[in-house]
Each structure stands twice: as C-alpha cells, then as structure tokens.
Design a protein. Structure first.
Length: 428
C-alpha cells in the first residue's frame, strides 16, 4: 500500500481538505508535516462544514489515525480549542497522535510575530501573526521548545528562561513592550500536560511501523508550493517546507517510501498576503472569482487575491514536487465566463519566459502571456463523470493538463463532499 504526499500547487487554499476527504475511506493515517495554525482546510460533509486549522483533515474520517509530525509547530491553546470544537459536534478525536519532537508556539512567539510585522511597515510580509515564524526561527537557532519538554518541568523552565532572557530585551528596548514573565509561560504550558500525555509519542516510529504493515499513509502539507521557504516566492513565504520533500523531514519517514505525490490546484489562482502574483486581477473578473469562489481565508478570514490559471506555476510545481497527479478544484466557479484566459508564459522586459523565472525581481515584474479558451454556461455541479461536463469544460481541463506537467486525476465541480469527478485512481 502506498505512502502518498498531498500538497498545494499554488499559494494555498486550493482545497486540499476535500482531496484528503476523497481518499478518506482508504487511508489508515493522515499526517500533517509542516506549518502551524496559519493555514486551514475546509471540509464539507453533508450539511456540515468543518474548518480545520492545526489538525490534519483526516481527523474527520472514522478509523483514520491523524498525526501531527515533527515538522509542525503547535500552539497547544489552539490545539485544544479545535479539539473541543470538534468533540462538541460529535467527532471522535481520541486517535490523534503528536510527535514528541514537534516544536511549540508560545505567547512570546505570537507577541514577537505581531510587533515585528508592524515594525516592518511597508516591507510587511503578510504574516498571520500567530507566532509560526518566530517559533521556526527558535527551532533553527536551537532555542526552541519541543513537545517532549513539557514532561520535564526543570528542562522546560530552563529553556523558557534562556529564550526570554534575549527576547525580553528585544520587546522592552526595541518594541517598547512589557517583559514576559517566565512563570507566566511555564504555568500556562504545564496546564496542558495531563491532557497531552496520551497523544505525544514517537510518530516517526509509528509511521514506519504502519508502512511496514502495508497500511496507507497520506502526508498532508499545509500552505503550498509557492509558499515553501526554499522554493516559494521568498521572502513572501511561510517558514517551513510545504513541498513534497518536507514530508520526509517533517515526519521522519524515508524518501524512498513515497509512492505518489498529489498536487491540488485551482482552475484559477489565489493567494493571501503580500508578494508577487503575475495573473492577479484588479477588475470585475477579480471580483467575480472572489465572490463566486467564496475566496476568504479559512483561518484568517482575509479576502484572497484572485487571478487566472497560471500554467508555468503548475509546471514548476510538477517539477519541484515530482507530481504524479493533479486534483483540479473549483472548476464550477468558472461557469458563465465567455472566454477564459490562461497564462501560458510571462513577458519580462520583452523577454519571454516559459518557466517561472529564478530571479525574484523578474517574477515580480512578469506580465502574463495569455491564451483564451471558450467558456460554458451550463451548471456542472451535478457532473460525476468527465463526459457529463460541457464540451468546452472538457476542453479546458484537457488544455490545462497538457500545459501543467502531469495528469489531472480528479476535478472538483462544487463545494460538497461528493461534488467531484474522478478520472484516475489517486493511489495507483
């Protein structure tokens, strides 16, 4: 049975939760391997809508073991708020397992995130202010707190004292904020220990054993390829590796165990926060995509920037991640557009780029070169087979597939759980 990685192909919000749900009945484990509570999945089951931020979306599927891997940074307050919200709606969360090596987000990380972003002024990155970046910075600087530290009060206190010794100077002397007391942080975190103890384990070993038993494991990325700290639109990125390689480092499984890489991509493009976005629309079509696609962040509530489909980004994603299958979502949002533009290349100061430019400056100044394809007016939300789609919708999908570097194996035609067309088996 396969180990599959599921990642976002653009700047996030592509509908990864729905793709996970499509596979749900065949999965034994769903692993979140990067990010924190700065990204969200929305999953619609019947009349119920579930907004997940920190938890893997597999937590909604009975029988699946959801895992938070070592590559995730965990805000335990948010973790329990989310667990309690699900439990109040009858969702069983008892199977959740969390890596002992996952790093913690604390109050001082959230505070630093917010004041630092304000301090940047016009150079703001567009962070969500949830402490993710500062927590990852502490991890790299080797002054971070790990989940396992919660179970040794002396170690926990020593690490927090060391972290705050420097951070309080920064808060008080640079940002004119109050110092944060060590006891304040220690007491808050120790209050979660008893509830966390049954969840925290060696998840790398757990997943290795699952794969040895031929169980099916899905590694679910937060954010998306173009927000990857190494391969995205740096510095307008997240602080972790959201690409398929991050599944290896963020979970502790070996790279040769991965069989499939599934990339979720919208039939148009969106992003939240600052940074380059070649196909961004500022006209009535941008408004159309935003309103019809309900383009507001699951976690932040922020309105997403919208634009046409970008084929060079799709090809870049296919190459960087080794994509075996694309899941194309929100095709229904394009219904009613007479001619649908698709960016096939970029123009940068008179030079044509068929691939994403390596220079951030070039990408920032790139002007899309469009081809237009005929649209359709028929309602496609009831389509369950490819042949149910209008001819122009079928042609649009096939054109995107030819441009994008890998096959399109599923097509989302509406927000509901069953509003999807499957062309190929995602796990075979």
């Amino acid at each position: 049975m396969p180990a599959a990685v599921l990642i976002g192909a653009q700047w996030g919000d592509e509908g990864k939760g729905k793709a996970t749900d499509l596979l749900g009945s065949r999965l034994d484990y769903v692993v979140k391997f990067n990010g924190g509570n700065n990204a969200g999945h929305t999953v619609v089951i019947g009349d119920e809508k579930y907004a997940l931020h920190l938890l893997p979306s597999g937590i909604l599927t009975p029988g699946v073991t959801p895992v938070i891997g070592n590559g995730v940074v965990v805000d335990v307050e948010v973790l329990f708020e989310e667990l309690e919200a699900l439990e109040s709606r009858g969702v069983d969360t008892s199977r959740l397992r969390i890596s002992a090596n996952a790093h913690l987000i604390t109050q001082y990380h959230r505070t630093l995130d917010k004041v630092t972003e304000r301090f940047l002024g016009k150079r703001q990155i567009g962070t969500t202010g949830r402490g993710i970046g500062p927590a990852y910075a502490d991890k790299i600087n080797r002054v971070g707190l790990r989940m396992q530290d919660l179970f040794d009060e002396n170690i926990l206190r020593q690490k927090i004292e060391g972290a705050l010794d420097q951070k309080n100077h920064l808060l008080v002397k640079v940002y004119n904020r109050r110092a944060i007391a060590v006891d304040e942080i220690v007491d808050e975190l120790l209050g979660y220990v008893d509830r966390l103890r049954p969840m925290v384990t060696d998840t790398a070993l757990l997943l290795h054993q699952a794969l040895e038993r031929d169980e099916t494991v899905l590694f679910e990325g937060g954010q998306a390829t173009m927000l990857d700290v190494d391969h995205g639109t740096y510095p307008f990125v997240t602080s972790s590796n959201a690409t398929s390689g991050g599944a290896v480092t963020g979970s502790g499984i070996a790279p040769n165990r991965i069989d499939r890489v599934i990339a979720v991509i919208k039939a148009y493009t969106t992003r939240v926060g600052a940074g380059p976005f070649p196909t961004e629309l500022f006209d009535e079509w941008g408004e159309f995509l935003s309103e019809k696609g309900h383009e507001f962040g699951t976690t932040t509530g922020r309105r997403r920037r919208t634009g046409w489909y970008d084929a060079p980004i799709a090809r870049y994603t296919a190459r960087i991640n080794g994509v075996t299958d694309f899941v194309l979502t929100k095709l229904d949002v394009l219904t009613g557009i007479e001619r649908i533009p698709v960016a096939v290349a970029y123009d940068v100061d008179g030079q044509r780029f068929d691939e994403v430019p390596v220079s951030q400056s070039d990408f920032h100044h790139a002007t899309p070169i469009y081809e237009e394809f005929p649209g359709w007016t028929e309602d496609i939300t009831g389509a369950r087979e490819f042949d149910d789609l209008p001819a122009n919708a079928q042609a649009y999908v096939r054109h995107l597939e030819a441009m994008s570097g890998s096959r399109i194996s599923a097509i989302g035609v509406g927000p509901g759980r069953d509003e999807i067309i499957q062309l190929h088996d995602l796990l075979a």
